[in-house]
Design a protein around this ligand. Structure first.
Ligand SMILES: Nc1ncnc2c1ncn2[C@@H]1O[C@H](COP(=O)(O)OP(=O)(O)O)[C@@H](O)[C@H]1O
Ligand SMILES: Cc1ncc(COP(=O)(O)O)c(N)n1
Length: 274
């Protein structure tokens, strides 16, 4: 019998299939990691936007955590859409109650279509209760501004914000540059626990199909951490994975379409288990 590493995603589910838990499950599967899911919110969503959502009761979230802890062997986890302060708090409590391994915090706030997936008053709860628990935090530029309180207008601003996020308690930080102004490259700033930092830059792909890029990137990091890879190796592989997924586009829906979660298998020769 093959034994695959197990990881959990704790997030919202996207009826349109391209982002949230859906992107996480697809990505982890591609990386040969068994994915379990703790659903925090259900969205009515497609590539045109988020039409509605409802959070799941905190009782049921607590029960989902317990169900996994009682039976599975979760070796890494990530969070995505968490809806509001009460749900952020409940997730933080559960992450402290159970050992689900290295934790990747994708601080999802506003969907690409403009819908608020986290209430404004919950930003402080994410900063105070989740960032100190995070092995890796992966904010995009607007999320970095919201968490650090400063404007990000240059690469120097991204670097400074990375250090601020580390001071807030995250062990490792990736400030993602997908929302940056550079039309040639999409550059992410990485700051590791040991203080070393570097940029990961790839050619910017001219496409409107970037729905779920952040989820895909963070869940790929989580999958690699579940295998026991180093944080740096996990982040580097995730950057290559998302680049392939954006570049090899698929045609789904009429708005901001999803990425291609099976594209990476075409560009790598090594086994996804490695
Ligand atoms: N058009 C693009 N071309 C290449 N890489 C991109 C593009 N858009 C986003 N990325 C990359 O995708 C990842 C997710 O970034 P981003 O889109 O900023 O996150 P989010 O989905 O959280 O807003 C990052 O590694 C970023 O550099
Ligand atoms: C359930 C859920 N989680 C996360 C996102 C963010 O993804 P994006 O910013 O690419 O729209 C989303 N749209 N829906």
């Amino acid at each position: 019998m093959n034994s695959y590493p197990q990881a959990a995603t704790i997030a919202g589910i996207d009826s349109g299939g391209g982002a949230g838990v859906n992107a996480d499950v697809k990505t982890m599967q591609e990386r040969h990691v068994f994915s379990a899911t703790i659903i925090v919110a259900v969205t009515a969503q497609n590539t045109l936007g988020v039409q509605d959502f409802e959070p799941v009761s905190i009782k049921l979230i607590n029960e989902q955590f317990k169900s996994l802890a009682d039976d599975l062997n979760i070796r890494a986890c990530k969070t995505g859409m968490l809806a509001d302060a009460a749900h952020v708090h409940a997730v933080a409590q559960n992450l402290q109650r159970y050992d689900f391994g290295p934790y990747t915090l994708d601080p999802v706030m506003v969907a690409k279509g403009g819908a608020h997936l986290l209430s404004d008053d919950a930003i402080a709860t994410v900063r105070d209760e989740l960032i100190p628990l995070a092995t890796v935090v992966t904010p995009n530029l607007p999320e970095t501004e919201a968490l650090t309180g400063g404007k990000i207008e240059s690469e120097a601003d991204m670097q400074a914000a990375g250090h601020t996020l580390q001071q807030l308690g995250a062990k490792n930080v990736v400030v993602k540059g997908g929302h940056g102004a550079n039309s040639q490259t999409s550059s992410d700033f990485v700051l590791l626990e040991n203080g070393r930092s570097f940029w990961l830059s790839t050619p910017r792909i001219a496409t409107k199909n970037t729905h779920g890029t952040g989820d895909t990137f963070a869940s790929c990091i989580t999958a690699e951490l579940a295998k026991g890879k180093s944080v740096e190796a996990a982040i580097r592989l995730a950057k290559a994975f998302i680049q392939a997924a954006i570049a090899d586009g698929i045609d789904v829906g009429h708005g901001h379409g999803p990425t291609n979660h099976w594209a990476f298998r075409k560009v790598v020769q090594t086994d996804a288990k490695d």
